[in-house]
Write a protein that binds this ligand. Structure first.
Ligand code: ZN
Length: 296
């Protein structure tokens, strides 16, 4: 309690008022994660701004396709676990019917928050009835994976890598548990047990990424696909997307996530009972140091 109260009293310090940029032209909305100074670590400020940007893309009849990308050196280093703008304790105007988490005791606080900002929002973004393309360069770690996975297509540059190191925190994978659907279960176990980087090239071979292109060609290749998809009829695209998303749900994706979410929160709470905070005694610095050691 003491620790959380102190953080709340000080409050987060935001480095930007625009953690997500939005630009639409020629049928394509480009949504850019914009905390380059912190490798696009996702705080709630960014998550809610991303939700608003995708709402805007959905509402704009001129927009046929959405491209999601990151400003700076990396796509996203994951959820914000240690920048000055970390705002997990703040209340926000909620988008789901879950109540405010910020003043709740025990495991309720994180369970309710993560239902809203991770599971709830990611599932809504995945079902945006317009095609979405993740344009991934550099690091795509943990919470970064969640943003790439909710997109319909993933195009990565040859310098991109994918990693979910949260087992080191005692947690069985990030909140949006698509690992065993995005990858063969045996590869998903390797990915999580080792927590090491998977290159874009291997991710493509495993079927998790659609295309890998040289870094200098990433934007042109992505917008070429986006332009060609934007020429297709809106309803044809929406219906196709809906059918394939429902196929994944029938294959167990949605049920798996509900199940995994319970284990995920047992892990957060177990860690707290052991006196290690919600992250198994890890913090941004220790995780970054551990991640850098691993190259695959
Ligand atoms: Zn969590």
């Amino acid at each position: 309690m003491g620790d959380g109260t102190k953080r709340r009293a000080q409050g987060p310090v935001y480095e930007t008022a625009d953690p997500v940029l939005y630009e639409a032209r020629e049928g394509i909305a480009c949504v850019t994660l914009n905390r380059p100074q912190f490798n696009n670590a996702q705080n709630s400020q960014m998550t809610y701004a991303l939700d608003a940007a995708l709402r805007r893309a959905a509402d704009d009849d001129a927009v046929r396709v959405v491209v999601l990308c990151g400003a700076g050196r990396h796509f996203s280093a994951g959820h914000d676990i240690g920048t000055p703008g970390r705002d997990v304790d703040l209340p926000f105007e909620r988008r789901s019917l879950w109540w405010d988490h910020s003043d709740k005791p025990g495991g309720e606080k994180y369970f309710v928050r993560e239902q809203e900002v991770y599971l709830g929002m990611c599932r809504r973004w995945r079902d945006l009835p317009k095609p979405t393309i993740a344009m991934v360069h550099g690091a795509c770690i943990a919470g970064g994976l969640m943003l790439a996975w909710v997109c319909d297509l993933i195009i990565a540059s040859d310098d991109a890598f994918f990693q979910d190191p949260v087992v080191r925190m005692g947690i069985p994978g990030v909140e949006y548990f698509a690992h065993a659907h995005e990858l063969h279960p045996r590869v998903a176990k390797e990915f999580l047990f080792l927590g090491e980087r998977m290159s874009a090239e291997r991710a493509c071979r495993m079927g998790m990424v659609n295309r890998v292109v040289p870094r200098a060609e990433l934007e042109a290749s992505t917008f070429d696909w986006a332009t060609r998809i934007a020429a297709q009829p809106r309803m044809g695209l929406a219906l196709t997307k809906t059918v394939i998303n429902r196929v994944e749900d029938l294959q167990g994706l949605r049920a798996t996530m509900d199940l995994a979410f319970g284990y995920h929160h047992f892990a957060h709470t177990h860690s707290q009972l052991l006196g290690e905070g919600t992250l198994g005694g890890q913090d941004a610095r220790s995780m970054a140091a551990g991640n850098k050691k691993q190259v695959r």
